[in-house]
Design a binder for this molecule. Structure first.
Ligand SMILES: [Zn+2]
Length: 323
C-alpha cells in the first residue's frame, strides 16, 4: 500500500480535507466553507485544487497516494456517482470521474453516513467489529451499514437510510422525505423537541422544567430527564422506544454484532442508552436480544477517518466483487 491518503468530508456548511498516513495517522486537517453557489464540477475542481496545493506544500507526489476517499451527503452508487444531493443542490454527479481526471489519483466515493460508520469501525466505537450499524442522532437520523468490513450502499445508494424506517401509522405531519411516520420524526433532535412540545400541550397540568425552556431543545430535554423531570423522561422514553423498535427490525434483516450510536444527541448517551437498550430487547427477535450497543467515539472526525479508510484495498475489495 502507498504511504499516504486524503479523506474528504463534504458537508452542507463546510468541507474537511484530511491528509493521513495509510497506517491510520491523520496529521493534517483543513476546513473550507462549502461553496454552494458553484456548479458541482467547479465545486469538485476547487477541492481538487486544495488537494494539489497540499501535495505540493508537503513535497509529495500523486504517486505517493493510495487514493482519495470522499464522503458526500447523498446517495452514492458503486461507481462513485452521486444521485442527487439536496443540501448541495446537485443532480447526478460523477464525483469519482471528475476528481480522478483532475488529480490522477484513484478516488473512492461513499455516502457520508456510511463513510462515518466505516471510520467508527476502523478507529472508533466499532473497532474490532466486522458487522455493525452506525446510528447518527442529530438534526435527522442517519445510518451506516457495514457487513464483513464493507459498506453496503444498495442498488440505489440508499441502504442505511434508517431515519426513514416507517415506525408510526398515526403521524399527521410529513417527514422531510415526504412520507409520514419516519423514525427521524421521533428519534432525532428535532423529533425529541417536537414530542416534548406535543406532550406539554397535551398535559397542561404537568409541572415540568421544560415549560421554562427557551429555546426548548433536545439538550434541555435530556438534561431535565437526567434530573428526573417526569415529562422529559416520557419524551426520552418515547423517542428511544421508536429507535429500539427500528433497530430490532434491522436486526431481523442483517443481525449486526453492534450498534454504534453517534451524533449530537448521543452526547446524552447516559440518559438515552438505558431506555434504548430496554426497548431494543423488548422488540428484538430472541436470538439477537444481546446485540452490543456502543457509543461512537470519533465525533465529527468520523467522516474524514472513514473517507481515508475508503481508499484502502480491504474497503475496495467488495466493490470489485459486486461488479
Ligand atoms: Zn422520512
Amino acid at each position: 500500500m502507498k504511504p499516504y491518503a486524503f479523506g474528504v468530508d463534504i458537508g452542507g456548511t463546510s468541507i474537511k480535507i484530511g491528509l493521513a498516513k495509510t497506517s491510520g495517522w491523520l496529521f493534517e486537517t483543513r476546513k473550507i466553507g462549502t461553496p454552494i453557489d458553484l456548479s458541482a464540477e467547479s465545486f469538485l475542481l476547487n477541492i481538487s485544487e486544495v488537494i494539489k496545493q497540499r501535495i505540493h506544500a508537503r513535497g509529495l507526489h500523486p504517486d505517493d497516494f493510495e487514493g482519495i476517499g470522499v464522503g458526500v451527503p447523498g446517495p452514492v452508487d458503486e461507481k462513485g456517482v452521486v444521485h442527487g444531493c439536496a443540501n448541495l443542490g446537485w443532480g447526478e454527479v460523477d464525483v469519482k470521474g471528475i476528481m480522478e481526471r483532475a488529480l490522477g489519483i484513484p478516488v473512492q466515493v461513499g455516502n457520508d453516513a456510511n463513510v462515518a460508520a466505516l471510520g467508527e469501525m476502523w478507529q472508533g466505537g466499532g473497532k474490532g467489529y466486522a458487522n455493525l450499524v452506525m446510528v447518527t442522532l442529530g438534526t435527522g437520523v442517519g445510518g451506516g451499514v457495514i457487513i464483513n468490513r464493507h459498506i453496503v450502499c444498495g442498488q440505489y445508494g440508499s441502504a442505511g437510510e434508517i431515519g426513514h424506517l416507517h415506525v408510526s401509522d398515526d403521524e399527521t405531519e410529513p417527514c422531510g422525505c415526504s412520507n409520514y411516520g419516519c423514525l427521524e420524526q421521533y428519534a432525532s433532535a428535532t423529533g425529541i423537541v417536537r414530542t416534548a412540545a406535543r406532550l406539554l400541550d397535551a398535559h397542561p397540568e404537568a409541572n415540568s422544567i421544560l415549560r421554562q425552556g427557551t429555546p426548548l431543545d433536545a439538550k434541555l430535554v435530556c438534561d431535565s430527564a437526567r434530573e428526573g423531570d417526569e415529562l422529559a423522561l416520557s419524551v426520552v422514553e418515547a423517542a428511544m422506544d421508536q429507535l429500539g423498535k427500528a433497530l430490532a427490525m434491522i436486526s431481523c434483516v442483517i443481525d449486526p454484532e453492534v450498534y454504534v450510536i453517534g451524533g449530537g444527541v448521543s452526547l446524552a448517551s447516559d440518559v438515552l442508552m438505558p431506555p434504548l437498550q430496554r426497548a431494543y430487547k423488548r422488540y428484538a427477535f430472541p436470538s439477537s436480544r444481546d446485540t452490543a450497543f456502543k457509543k461512537a467515539t470519533l465525533g465529527n472526525q468520523a467522516g474524514i477517518i472513514g473517507a481515508i479508510k475508503l481508499t484502502m484495498p480491504d474497503a475496495k475489495e467488495n466493490k470489485e466483487k459486486i461488479k
